[in-house]
Design a binder for this molecule. Structure first.
Ligand code: NAX
Length: 329
């Protein structure tokens, strides 16, 4: 068996952490032949809860789980890290303005970026889940100047999976009949799920829904975009198991590759493709191979899609400018 991979999970005692750690340890993320060392990073007040989760992880006797360590110090946690799942973040509190939220998250993601820069392994791959995920990833990236920029990504895979599920429901297809889904832009209600390039049983997805632009605009896009709020309304708590599952999918495909002929959505540093402002961390359709991703080129973007992509990208540019103003990037 190979050397264990060091996987850091921040916010390990939170609800996503609880749904995530057991699946990583079971081999769902890196495959059945790769053992893992789990490193749980928490704030000091939550270390005891993380210890409880670690006890349960031990009680599962997962053959692939080589070791568990718990930290309240980012520099120590990220020393030698191969994969970082940055889940812990500061939620928006009552009366909090956007600038306050960005600043509070800057206080988390700036030191974590510095810690990654200081000691992570050369092959470090980072997925930011904690919101505002795209901009938090940008903050971490900016504070890790010695790490290649493309190693910092943010999660739009949950939006991607939600978009597939809603399309399957509408068309009566199964989720495995759906391929080539893409989410563009920010992980926020402005994200754009692309039916023009997706396929249902090989057929163009927009045609498969009867080319119904009203349904696309008034029902589909808002349902996918506001799914997180609908879950809170129903469950009384935000998405946790589905978010953890999407994080597993994101890293799994980045490390082990995407299936031939298909692609996935990842928020990655823009190289200017499709007119998306260079440098922001925006979601694109990507294929992965050999541990690297590349943006799918040459897709057709009709006018309605272009308007929506422009709007979600403008939101990201606004967030980037705000954190720049705060001196965080
Ligand atoms: P919880 O509040 O249950 O857990 C967050 C955990 O992070 C807490 O245990 C807290 O102690 C810890 N934490 C806070 N600051 C930390 C720091 N500096 N270092 C280490 N740990 C720290 O939240 P949970 O439901 O698990 O959600 C976590 C984040 O995921 C939130 O920001 C949430 O908004 C975001 N989400 C992102 C999604 C996405 O698709 N990108 C979807 C789901 C989720 O909403």
């Amino acid at each position: 068996m190979s050397t264990p991979v060091n996987v850091v999970v921040t916010g390990a005692a939170g609800q996503i952490g609880y749904a995530l750690l057991f699946r990583i340890a079971s081999g769902a993320m890196l495959g059945p032949d790769t053992p893992v060392n789990l490193r749980l990073l928490e704030i000091p007040q939550a270390v005891k809860a993380a210890e409880g989760t670690a006890m349960e992880l031990n009680d599962c006797a997962f053959p692939l789980l080589a070791n568990i360590d718990i930290y309240d110090d980012a520099t120590k946690a990220f020393d030698g890290a191969n994969i970082g799942l940055l889940v812990g973040a500061r939620p928006r509190g009552p009366g909090m303005e956007r600038a306050d939220l960005l600043e509070a998250n800057g206080a988390i993601f700036k030191p974590q970026g510095e810690a990654i820069n200081a000691g992570a392994a050369d092959d470090i791959k980072v997925l930011v889940v904690g919101n505002p995920a795209n901009t938090n990833a940008l903050i971490a990236q900016a504070n890790a100047p010695d790490v290649p920029k493309e190693r910092f990504t943010a999660m739009t895979r949950l939006d991607h999976n939600r978009a597939i599920a809603q399309l399957a429901e509408k068309t009566g297809a199964t989720v495995s009949d759906i391929t080539n889904m893409a989410i563009w832009g920010n992980h926020s209600p402005t994200m754009f799920p692309d039916l023009y390039n997706a396929k249902v049983k090989g057929q163009n997805a927009f045609e498969a829904v009867g080319s119904d632009l009203d349904w696309y605009r008034e029902t589909y896009q808002p349902t996918v975009g506001k799914r997180g709020a609908a879950i809170i309304d129903a469950r009384g708590a935000s998405s946790a198991a589905s978010a953890a599952s999407a994080a597993i999918d994101h890293i799994h495909d980045w490390v082990l590759g995407t299936p031939e002929g298909d692609w996935v959505s990842m928020a990655i540093p823009s190289d200017g493709s499709y007119g998306v402002a260079e440098g922001i961390i925006s979601s694109f359709p990507v294929t992965c191979s050999g541990g690297e991703y590349s943006i799918v080129q040459g897709l057709e973007i009709p006018e309605f899609a272009q308007e929506k992509i422009d709007a979600t990208v403008a939101e990201l540019v606004g967030e980037r400018d705000a954190v720049k103003g705060l001196g965080l990037v």
